[in-house]
Design a protein around this ligand. Sequence first.
Ligand code: FES
Ligand code: FES
Length: 164
Amino acid sequence: MDDTRISVAFTLNGRSVRAEVEPHRSLLWLLREHFDLTGAKEGCGVGECGACTVLVDGRAVNACLVLAGKAEGRDVVTVEGLGGAEALHPLQEKFVDKGAVQCGFCTPGMLLSAKALLDRNPRPTREEIRVALSGNLCRCTGYNQIVDAVHAAARIGGGGEAPR
Ligand code: FES
Ligand code: FES
């Protein structure tokens, strides 16, 4: 195996970080294996399921498809950066309230896709929410509670300016 490593410096959940990584590694691998941030999951590994969704410069991306080196100079946010047990993000709060929390595999990616949506569109319609979450597959739900949760989070200012 090629032992050559590259250095990657970026912002991770608000903190400046640096890592040495083999050039072929994905951003998902870097986050999980190097930084021990296991919220983003490897479902399919080929860009189909959205379980690996993270935010890069505010955009929801499939971390399994992004080379780790592409994080250089970027702002990366994982579900661990959203909020914690003591201070839930409005999206997390509403996912709990509305019974939208599914398995740990799909929920982190759903939350981050929803955050990217609310940050650019603080008052999305239900249809816009469905479109934004269309890259996040869950085989176990009809998505209604998830759409309800994102809609409710928008009403309490889950992203960008507070909705009226
Ligand atoms: S693991 Fe990345 S899209 Fe499925
Ligand atoms: S894939 Fe997570 S609950 Fe269905």
